[in-house]
Design a protein around this ligand. Sequence first.
Ligand SMILES: C[S@@+](CC[C@H](N)C(=O)[O-])C[C@H]1O[C@@H](n2cnc3c(N)ncnc32)[C@H](O)[C@@H]1O
Length: 345
Amino acid sequence: MRLGLAPESFVERIGAWLGMVPAPLVHGFYGMAGSRVLMTALECGLVDALDRHPGQTGEQLATALCLDAAAIEHLVACLRTLAVVQTRTTRGGAAVHALSRSGARWLSSASPTCIADFLRFNAHQWRWWGELTQALEPGAAPFDLHAWSPEDIRWAEYTKAMHQLARLAAPEVCAKVPVGRTGTTLLDLAGGHGAFAAELCRRHPRLSATVLDLPGNNRVARELWAQPRIEWTDGNVLHGTLPQADIVTCFQLLGHLQRDERRALLVRMRAAVRPGGTLALMDHFASSGRDDASAFVALNYFLVARTPRLTVEEAARELREAGWATPRITPILRLPGQSLLCSRA
Ligand SMILES: C[S@@+](CC[C@H](N)C(=O)[O-])C[C@H]1O[C@@H](n2cnc3c(N)ncnc32)[C@H](O)[C@@H]1O
C-alpha cells in the first residue's frame, strides 16, 4: 500500500514485503494524522487559498490566513504527501504551492466532484470517534445526530456532506432503479438533500417526488436545493402512514435503525408502494465472510445509533419476510461497499 506516506525507499519496500514494517503504525498514526491534516487544511482556509490563488509561497499563504508560516509549511508538506498539493520552484527560486490535479478534483469548491463539505463534517465524526472507548460501555448513549434540534446549525453541515457524496453516485444509482413507464410519483424516505430524487426526476420527466425527512434536514434542503418537482415533507419515517407512491426509495437509513424499526418500516413501505411499483433500498452493508472497510462504517453506525451490523443478505431476508419479492442486489461502484436492493410490489 503506497499511501504516499510510508514506506518510500526501496529498502523500506523490501522491509514491508518481508513483514518487518509495523502495519498498525500506518493506520494508527499516519491514518489519524492524514485525516486531521485534511480537516484542518479545509477548516483554516488553506485549501480555498490554494484553490483561488495558486502559486503562493508558504509565507504568503500564512500572511493571507493570519497563521504561522512554519505551521503552514508543515501542513503543505503533509498535503503534498497526501497528493493533493504540488509545489514548484519559480525562476527566482521560490517554492510556490497549488492544488494538484487530484486535489482540485476532490477539494476545489468549483469541482462537481468536490467532497470538501464531507471532510469538514468529519470534524463532528472525529469527536464521536474520539470517544469510541467510552461508547463500548453497556448502555452508553449514542451520538444521535438525528436527534439534533431542527434549528441546530450542524444540520447544514450534515446535509451538505451527504449531498456531496450523493451527487457522485446519483447517476449510477438512479440508472439502476427500475421506474416503470407508468410511474409518476416517487417517495424518497429519509431522502435528505434530495439529490437522488432530483436525478430520478431528471431521468423520468413524468415523475415528481416527495422527500420525507426530519425538519432540521428539510429546513436546509428547501433553502439550498429547491426545485419544481420535489417537495420536502417534514416527518418521521418510523411513525404514521406513509404516502402512496409508484416508487419508494430509502437510501442510507437502514443502518441507523434497530431491527424491529427496520422490519416495521419494510412492512409499511409495502403498503405505500402501489401495485406494480418499485422499492429501492441502498446502504453501506456490513460484509459477511470477508473483512473490509465496511467494518468501519458499521462501527460508525454503532456510534451514532448503537445498531448491530447489518449484512445485505440479512436485509434481503427481512425484505422477503415483509412480503417483498426477492430483491435484485447491485453493488454501487461509485460508493464502494454500498449495495442497491430493488424489489417490485
Ligand atoms: C445518511 S443520511 C442519507 C441521506 C440520503 N438518503 C442519502 O443517501 O444521501 C440519513 C438521512 O435520514 C434522515 N433520517 C434519519 N432518521 C429519520 C427518521 N426517523 N425519519 C425521517 N428521516 C430520517 C436524516 O435526516 C438524513 O437526511
